[in-house]
Structure formats: C-alpha cells, structure tokens
Design a binder for this molecule. Structure first.
Ligand code: NAD
Length: 226
C-alpha cells in the first residue's frame, strides 16, 4: 500500500519541491496551503488542522509522513518590531507546528510508525539580525522536535528538524540585491541553496534508510558562517 505524506505550505517554494519529490518517491501527497489547494487550511488554526487531518485520513487512510513546512516572515529590527509582527510569526511558525505534531502524532502513535520533519532555519540555531520573531519561532521548532522525539521515538516514530540556510524561493526573493550579496559572502559555497536540495534531505528523512535517525537538527546551508 502507498504511504501518505502531508506537506504544509506546499503551494510554492520549498514546500512545492518537497511535495513533488515525495510524489516521485511513491507517496500519496496531501498538499496543504492556506488557500488554493485541495487541502487548504490555516496551520495556526487548531480546528482547521483537525479538519485537515480528518480529510487527509479519509482520502488516503493514513498519514505516514508529516512535513511542517508552512512558515512566514515579518522582518524588522527588534526595537521597531510591532506586537502584531511578533504574534503573527509565532502563531504560524510555532503554534502551527504544535497543532499538526499533536494531531498527526496521535495517529502515528496508533500506527506505531511515522516520520515527522520540521522546517526550522539557521536563524533558529544561530539567530539573525532583523529576525527576532522568526528566530524565536524557529528555535521553538527545534525544542518541539527534540521533545517530541523523546516522546514518540519509542513508538517507532522519527522526529527531526531541518535548518536551511538561504534557499531561492518567494520568501527570499524579497531581499534587496545588497542584502543578497552580503549573504553570499558568508556562504562557503558562494551560492544559494535550491528548494530541490532541501527536498532531497526531506526525502531521505522520510525513507526507510533513515529509520535510526531521530531528534536531530540537520543544517543544509552550503557552509554558512554567521
Ligand atoms: P514561501 O514563502 O515561498 O512558502 C511558504 C508557504 O507557506 C506559502 O505557500 C504560504 O502560502 C504557506 N503558508 C503561510 N502561512 C500559512 C498558514 N498559516 N497555513 C498554511 N500555509 C501557510 O517560503 P519558503 O522559502 O518555501 O519556506 C518554506 C519553509 O522553509 C518555511 O518554514 C521557512 O521558514 C523555511 N526556511 C526557508 C528558508 C529560505 O531561505 N527560503 C531558509 C530557512 C528556512
């Protein structure tokens, strides 16, 4: 029987590349985004997530892989950051991950198998000027990953986080040329990552070959030095 993967925020960017790769790997893929897809739901809304999980389970029978990819930025220097900018990012990037890890985790608990892969960021590991809110949310994703790994892994469920550096996507397209060249100087490989390169790592963490890897934060940044 085909296994099923739920990928959040998968209409564009890294999420779309992950969905395409997992489909190529032979999974049924439930593509979630906030709108415009079959499994539309706001990941920060708990009730909407309950309905999402129910709809995916009804259509495919199980959820074997969860990729918490949906995320937003509301950048600005801390002293100028509004409460709204802070709350919006925490709600989507942090609470969204809680919602789906809890709901899908419960299903995986019953199945006694599964892989959960959370998109953190180098900003959550090292911090980043102008991204106080985003860094906080992505550091929280690491804490949630490590704690859930301890709770879930005895049941055969692996939980890992990926911390990408700078990847070409609509999220990073908004940076100015000056910002982009300053970032490139700090990357050993002197180029941005591609969404497909992140998707290849997700593919490995979703596969049988990675069954003994859990509670890890894997950086994919071309050798970024902060
Ligand atoms: P993106 O902005 O191109 O795509 C994010 C997707 O998430 C969009 O399709 C958006 O509609 C969706 N989304 C936003 N809020 C949502 C919500 N409440 N519910 C459901 N879907 C929602 O971003 P990306 O660059 O593809 O990033 C994907 C993930 O990787 C994010 O978690 C991001 O923080 C992380 N990341 C990206 C980079 C990078 O350089 N691009 C680096 C590190 C980490």
């Amino acid at each position: 029987m085909k296994k099923t993967a739920l990928v959040t925020g998968a209409k564009q960017g890294i999420g779309a590349a992950i969905a395409a790769r997992l489909e190529k790997d032979g999974f049924n893929v439930a593509v979630n985004d906030i709108s415009g897809v079959e499994f539309a739901a706001d990941v920060s809304d708990y009730t909407a997530c309950e309905e999402l999980v129910k709809a995916v389970k009804e259509k495919f029978g199980s959820i074997d892989v969860l990729v918490n990819n949906a995320g937003i930025t509301r950048d600005g220097l801390l002293v100028r950051m509004s409460e709204q900018q802070y709350d919006d990012v925490i709600r989507v990037n942090q609470k969204g991950v809680f919602n789906l890890m809890k709901l899908v985790g419960a299903l995986m608990f019953k199945q006694k198998s599964g892989s959960i892969i959370n998109l953190s960021s180098v900003a959550g590991v090292h911090g980043n000027a102008g991204q106080f809110n985003y860094s906080a949310s992505k550091a929280a994703v690491i804490g949630m990953t490590l704690s859930a790994a301890k709770e879930f892994s005895p049941r055969g469920i692996t939980v890992n986080a990926i911390a990408p550096g700078f990847v070409t996507s609509p999220m990073t397209d908004v940076l100015t040329e000056q910002q982009k060249s300053a970032i490139l100087e700090r990357i050993a490989m002197k180029r941005y990552g591609q969404p497909e390169e992140v998707a290849a790592l997700v593919s490995f963490l979703a596969s049988e070959d990675s069954r003994y890897i859990t509670g890890q934060v894997i950086e994919i940044s071309g050798g970024l030095v902060i």
